[in-house]
Design a protein around this ligand. Sequence first.
Ligand code: DLL
Length: 432
Amino acid sequence: MQMYSPEIETMKRKEIEGMQLERLKHTVRYAYENVPMYRERFDAIGLKPEHIRTLKDIEKIPYTTKDDLRDNYPFKLLAVPMKKIVRIHASSGTTGKPITCGYTRQDLDNWSTCIARILTMAGATDEDIFHVAFGYGLFTGGFGLHYGIEKLGASVVPVSSGNTERQIMLMKDFGATALVATPSYAMYLAETAKKEGVLGDLKLRLVCMGAEASTAEMHDALRAILGAFPTENYGLTEVGGPGVSGECREKAGMHINEDMFYPEIMNIEEDRALPEGEKGELVLTTLTKEGMPVLRYRTKDITSLTYEPCKCGRTTARMARVVGRTDDMLIIRGVNVFPSQIESVLMGMPELGKTYEIIVDRVNYMDTIEVHVEVGDTDLLTDYSKLEELVARIRHKLRFFVHLDVKVKLVEPLSIKRAEGKVKRVTYLRKR
Ligand code: DLL
């Protein structure tokens, strides 16, 4: 098994923790001395950097939230003068001002290292030709992956997003062996290539996905269509973008770059750290950032951690696939459900296509939920009895697996609008 940084990726737990503690102490002092918001927060509760003596002491530090980043827009959380910042990225979010991230030269170098590690664990080498279909711009996905691929020494084709037919032509003509995209866009590319009858001309052996949630069923479906190995990776603008963690060939969770990020899983309501294996909100602290260090960032992403060494030989902590964001959780007539749970049911049914949307409304004070899903084959739509039977089966499965009575509508293949950036699976007709 190839590793990009074997000396880090196979460290003993005690050594990793020793390194993390040193870096945590440094980051805390550095943030306290250079970022007014952290100094004010610490002073308000009488916390001093020297009070952080063990990794557990991190729990004394207040959380950082998205609102903190917005309130300090655009650059008040930078720990260095602008002269030292060589790149700025931002994430639009859904409302209001974006949140920003500034990188020093060293930050960019560390970022590329994180990405090169993740691509290597996914099985990439310097012989691969990467077709990058993430947007290039303020979004961290395009440039983040781009420089990591270059660092690995592979070839990068910076296609960016949009114009799906042209993307397929270029993948074919340039002989791309690896595709970088969101899972929903990777699926759209796969469906389009299938429709055009060119799947056999593609040389893809690897699909590296990230930036939105996916399910095991989605990975299986992609693998079946493209004949390429799907892996996913995770990150967020607030801590620098992609590169926090990624899957190896075992596909048994995403290995966290623990020398750069310190992960915690918290029960936020009870302000309690959760033990290994339990699901809660991922909280991240950067350990090497110079431009914009972030202490205990509440990601809102729900996952769990394991510290068990992986079969691949790596010893770094792994995070489970993200079930969803706390703010994406649907509460329908008191039942809590993540869109990913609905996706698992739909993707597991071979008669269905791979694109769906969820519509949430409130009628006569009652929450309603409706799922529109494409069928795999148009012919199904003309056979009324088959159609009825399929709808009944989907409803039954949803009732069984997510405990919800869901209205289901089957629609034509390729009739639901595809996203070029991040997919939006849920439409709210009711006020959130
Ligand atoms: O999406 C960074 C990224 C780019 C990651 C490319 C991976 C690949 P943001 O736009 O700030 O940054 O969005 C971050 O996206 O908090 C998660 O909710 C979600 N997300 C990212 N990766 C995954 C994943 C980039 N693998 C937000 N699974 C995060 C589930 C993901 N959700």
